[in-house]
Design a protein around this ligand. Structure first.
Ligand code: FMN
Length: 181
């Protein structure tokens, strides 16, 4: 099996991290991968904010009501922003950079999880985006798409089972709906 396919099979979302520091050279590799991500017209509409300060991680973990609390115990967050003033496809640019960084993290043996920020609210109904922008002094025009929680894994997840792939999602020639859908 190719190294790449092996990486794809192994990558699962990690939400439990050891209290170990991520080596600076590992973080650098991950950021390098993000900076090499393809973007529309090579406009590189993304920006990455790296957060390691415990108190800030805790506040970020409360940016939305659900699905972010584990960030308080992650050693690193990479907040991925898009610049709407640069391109109308900032969401696509930022998403691609995010997944490339997740794969690079996996390649280094680290765990990561995507935490959705765009279109999500906190428990009071305030936009998660607003909370993140205020906390990190993000200027006008930049939108946080997601936060990557990153660190040394403290949970083992089963790799993908290739026999369970949903091949019915693949349509040959034209869109054929199967009974299951
Ligand atoms: C667009 C997107 C948004 C996600 N948002 C969250 C989130 O807010 N919190 C979280 O814990 N996981 C989030 N995830 C991770 C998914 O829950 C996870 O990828 C999915 O359940 C499949 O599990 P796996 O990554 O282990 O294969 C998100 C993933 C994507 C692609």
């Amino acid at each position: 099996m190719s190294n790449f396919l092996n990486l794809i099979i192994k990558r699962r979302s990690t939400r439990k991290f050891k209290e170990e520091f991520v080596k600076p050279e590992q973080l650098e590799q991950i950021l390098k991968a993000g900076l090499m991500a393809p973007s529309s017209k090579r406009c590189m509409s993304w920006e990455f904010v790296v957060v390691e300060e415990k108190s800030v991680l805790k506040q970020l973990s409360a940016c939305k009501a659900n699905g972010a609390s584990f960030l308080a115990n992650a050693p690193i967050a990479i907040v991925i922003l898009g610049n709407e003033l640069k391109t109308d496809v900032w969401i696509e640019d930022a998403s691609i950079a995010a997944i490339i960084m997740q794969l690079q993290a996996e390649e280094q043996g680290l765990g990561s999880c995507w935490i959705q920020v765009r279109n999500r609210n906190d428990a009071q109904g305030i936009a998660a985006e607003e909370n993140v922008c205020e906390l990190l002094n993000i200027p006008e025009g930049y939108h946080p798409l997601c936060i990557l929680a990153l660190g040394v894994k403290d949970e083992e997840k089963t790799p993908f089972d290739e026999s369970k792939l949903k091949w019915e999602k693949v349509h040959l020639g034209s869109f054929e709906q199967t009974q299951a859908e």
